[in-house]
Design a protein around this ligand. Sequence first.
Ligand SMILES: [Zn+2]
Length: 346
Amino acid sequence: MNKLLPTTSAGSLPKPSWLAQPETLWSPWKLEGEALTEGKRDALLLALADQRAEGIDIVSDGEQTRQHFVTTFIENLNGVDFENRKVVRIRDRYDASVPVVVDDVTRKGPVFVADAETLRAHTDAPIKWALPGPMTMVDTLYDARYGSRAELAWKFAEILNQEAKELAAAGVDIVQFDEPAFNVFFDEVNEWGIAALERAAEGLSCETAVHICYGYGIEANTNWKKTLGSEWRQYEETFPQIQKSSLDIVSLECHNSHVPTDLLELVRGKKLMVGAIDVANTAVETPEEVAATLRNALQFVDADKLWASTNCGMAPLSRSVARAKLGALSAGAEIVRRELSTEPAA
Ligand SMILES: [Zn+2]
């Protein structure tokens, strides 16, 4: 990407109301069979059109073909029982009924590759594709087979690597691994989480990103954030090792967040997707607010390594709010881009 401060969305976009219940996370599909297949494809193209209309430079599928950012991928694996579920505590925060690993996990076949080909066929813009990270997958399941989170994460990393290589071959420019669990289990992140992530990203011909956020604006997350105090220093635990990792890009949360911006210094050298849009709030940011967040980040990241992004996915928001937020992101990035281009040379 040659353009300075390219814009992109960190994750999901809202689905049309004819495909799934609006403003509802993990909403079931409203269509079935052939109509569902066609509906998902149409939604993907609408998400692309919305992003381009709002000036987004690096586009995604808006995760229109998945109900859940982790379980939709896991549904396409062998060795996981979705019928006899167990209740486990997720991200050390909330209880959820989850599928159970009962046998060796393997991939049944390509999961998102056909969707990526559809997106590639409809745009010349750079494409970023999100996959769940190995640690977050482990933390969204009950394991009755491996008996070791690290071992199961390694198996998932191998599977993710197969999928990621096929996505790259289909024309995806950036594969992003979503690892919200990295903000919770610091010891495990440093012991095996980053190693598993590097395994998932190994040998890819495209760029690789890791997205580490404080989650969607759901109640369990909002309540958790209230316990984190006035300064959120979670990134401090993991960024030094991430800085040394093979991942190219780090996607993190900034706007309306209590993350001290100087923590960005810890990953100096990486490209940063700085979250300048709050996804836990329906108030649309002004371009000036976005610009202020980006200017603040520029103290700790070189301009040619800064991408303007959202804090996380926007699936739970209304389509109109999400579109307006993308527009604000583009307008805010443009303000700072102009400032940078008119700065006198040193
Ligand atoms: Zn996120």
